[in-house]
Ligand binder design. Sequence first.
Ligand SMILES: O=C(O)[C@H]1NCC[C@@H]1O
Length: 379
Amino acid sequence: MELYAEIEKRENGIKIIEMHTAGEPTRIVVKGYPPILGSNILEKRRYVKDNLDWIRKRILFEPRGHKDQYGAIILDEKTNSEADVSVLFMHNAEGYSTMCGHATIALGRFLIDSDHLYPPPIPDDSGKVTLKIECPCGIVPTFIHTYTTSSGQLRSNPNLPVSFQSVPSFSVAVDCVLEILINGRRKSVKFDIGFGGAFYVIVAASELGFDNSCLDSNDLSLIVKVANDLSNHVRQSKYVGNIRHPSSEHSELNFLYGTIITDGRDGSEDGGSRNLCVFADCEIDRSPCGSGVSARMALLYAKGIVEIGKPCYYESALGGDGFTGKVVREVSICDVDGSEKENLRAVVVEVGGKAYYCGVSTFVIEENDPYKNGFIIRT
Ligand SMILES: O=C(O)[C@H]1NCC[C@@H]1O
């Protein structure tokens, strides 16, 4: 499918390739964004937030999108000479994620298939291409299986997973306890906090008084509310002080992105576990959440539950086609001056999953449309 050629034909409007990764959408903005100013990726992230946020709402909100829509912007020029490309992510609330695993997996395929990169990537002998994708949290090496068409074009292999290696991921706090109101009752809840490019609370469904059937997709409304309440409580609790990246260069990453509710099967013999990530403003990740898998694996490693190389498998509320995760090595985190943050045992986690194309869109906005700036209906 030559989707990029299709989009090239269209002259005006915001041009988008639609993909999903394990069910979670990524609306990849290919063309049509005004210049995004800033000399590095965090400055550009701030610029879109402060100056171009109306475009995010038009792209992600209704009537073109919905509450759980997710997007990525490929920057016209990379902002780090060590990267092949720089990208921003966007979601429904404050707006701009610091890391997104599911979108990185989708972008991996798209960047190969669109002939977007110059010089063109060169596969190794097994057909694998490594792309360094710069995300707001740092550079994320991404591995894509490719093949060459009979006319000599390099294309991603849709049958094999794309994987990426996380930025240094770490355990932030374990066995935290807070009392929260669930279904009208006060309950003391135990949870962990981990970082995998973004900060997450990780909590077992049983801690919240639910059985694991709450992680089935037929009715998530109550559990999503509980997850969102827990995120808000943690943001106002003493634990907010722990949500701090050790490198001062990364202070813009210092916020709690969401809560991941798990089935409690951490480190199970078969390495499998189901979880549900609720991030931003009650946004539900249809995928197992790539940055969440990195955070979970970092916590499991810190607790001595998994060792380097142990393959784990994560599925979302949709079940089925999930993400793999494994710790690949220990690393230390350096500050801007290059000094190592000694006490912090961080790890690089490799996460793999499959992404698929699902459309090509060109959005138009009519000036007299009263809903041109987008809206969200909540149920
Ligand atoms: O896979 C991930 O990391 C993302 N999915 C939506 C929320 C996270 O950014």
